[in-house]
Ligand binder design. Structure first.
Ligand code: ZN
Length: 418
């Protein structure tokens, strides 16, 4: 028996309040935050943290919330750890007028969402629903996403903070709380003040199934191929014109389809993926993303891609190409391997919350990968969110509660081990 029990109706109520605040971010905006409305939630969070007695809680001009739960331990050498979630929701699906619905004591049947009856949440498609039979789950109403990504993380951190402030006999060091805007549009760390944050290690609360702990992400580059053709008047082009669009088409046609592509890979396999093609007869550009867990493999993939492209270009006398590689982000595991206690302590905390640990690799990036390379080694912990970025997004209240309990345990473990 662990003694840490978070009130599940309180966290459900808190979560349902937060998701009703529209915080959708905007990839086309160049302001920070990308949408002013994200500050509506951030301001509320800063206010609620203050009401808990966390004196330094504040939101800055860019919409970041910083707060410190002060140490209550006599030990002076406890590493300062940070718990982080993002307040924004994905641009892929409306976040306006979210109406969360609490389904008490879920019976295992299909759930038809009332505001759009074509939206049916079924355990056949979402088998993880079966883990929640007899428990409470929360969905949206059919017209919007729910926003469990990542307001479940926000709610878990807030509920854990409230618990720690009310139970001062539970020993911990300085605990930093960080809420960021714009994670969904790739700018979650753009205006983050690491100095001000002042933490040594961090955890994002932005993961799925209960017990999951993600300490590995892709390493990522982009590659751009620019093809130069030879342009002439098409009426007098015999043996002169070289059409860059046709060269581009040949390059794309030559790419393998049964391997080395997102639609043909899973688990630890990497890929090369064309994401954009544009051009005219004279000049065409193809943009690719290049992904693998092993950073060294990116270079091999880029060389292979380049040689496929050069071969295609060589079939067209007079055509030429440029090949440009840009680094995007790197696998956080390369950093985390130097600080094995960060993931190890999280695994202990998950166990203490009564769950088995599922160590997973993210086939993508997280703010944690950026934070890890900014000097804050930062794996990702579950909140329970499911069906994210869609109208069928849902979450089990039990999972969110366990996520908050994991945060409290983790805070105490760092104190105990110091
Ligand atoms: Zn997220």
């Amino acid at each position: 028996m662990t003694g840490i029990e978070i009130n599940s109706s309180a966290i459900a109520e808190r979560f349902m309040r937060y998701v009703q605040i529209d915080t959708q971010s905007d990839p086309k905006s160049d302001t920070h935050p990308s949408t002013e409305k994200q500050k509506n939630l951030s301001l509320l969070l800063a206010k609620e943290l203050k009401e808990m007695g966390i004196k330094d809680a504040e939101m800055d001009e860019f919409g970041y919330v910083y707060a410190t739960i002060p140490s209550n331990s006599e030990k002076k050498n406890i590493p300062i750890i940070c718990f982080c979630s993002h307040v924004d929701t994905a641009p892929d699906c409306s976040g306006t007028d979210v109406k969360p619905i609490l389904h008490k004591n879920y019976d295992g049947e299909d759930i038809t969402l009332p505001d759009d009856t074509s939206q049916v949440l079924s355990p056949v498609v979402h088998p993880y629903l079966r883990n929640h039979i007899g428990d409470d789950i929360i969905t949206a109403s059919g017209k919007t996403l729910l926003g469990a990504d990542d307001k479940s993380g926000v709610a878990a951190i807030m509920q854990a903070a409230d618990f720690m402030m009310k139970n001062r006999s539970l020993k911990h060091g300085d605990i930093k709380i960080l809420f960021t805007p714009d994670e969904e549009v790739g700018h979650g760390t753009a205006k983050l003040d690491m100095q001000k944050l002042g933490a040594s290690f961090g955890y994002t609360l932005d993961g799925g199934e209960a017990g999951s702990l993600e300490d590995e992400t892709f390493s990522a580059d982009s590659a751009t191929i620019i093809i130069h053709g030879v342009s002439t008047h098409p009426g007098y082009a015999l043996n002169k014109l070289v059409n860059a669009l046709k060269v581009a088409a040949e390059i794309l046609h030559t790419l393998p389809t049964n391997e080395w592509a997102p639609e043909a890979t899973e688990k630890k396999e990497g890929f090369v993926h064309p994401v954009r093609l544009e051009g005219i007869a004279e000049k065409a550009t193809i943009e690719f993303i290049v992904r693998d867990f092993d950073t060294d493999k990116l270079k091999k993939y880029e060389e292979r891609l380049k040689s496929i492209a050069e071969d295609a270009v060589s079939h067209y006398l007079g055509a030429s190409m440029e090949f440009i590689v840009t680094e995007q982000y790197r696998n956080m595991k390369q950093v985390l391997d130097n600080y094995p206690q960060v993931a190890a302590n999280a695994a202990i905390a998950i166990n203490l919350a009564g769950l088995d640990v599922k160590t997973e690799s993210i086939r993508g990036g997280t703010d944690g990968s950026k934070l890890s390379y900014m000097g804050l080694p930062c794996p990702n912990i579950f909140t329970g969110m499911q069906g994210i970025h869609s109208k069928l997004e849902w979450i089990g209240v039990k999972d969110m509660t366990k996520s908050a309990e994991t945060i409290v345990h983790l805070s105490m473990i760092w104190e105990e081990k110091s």
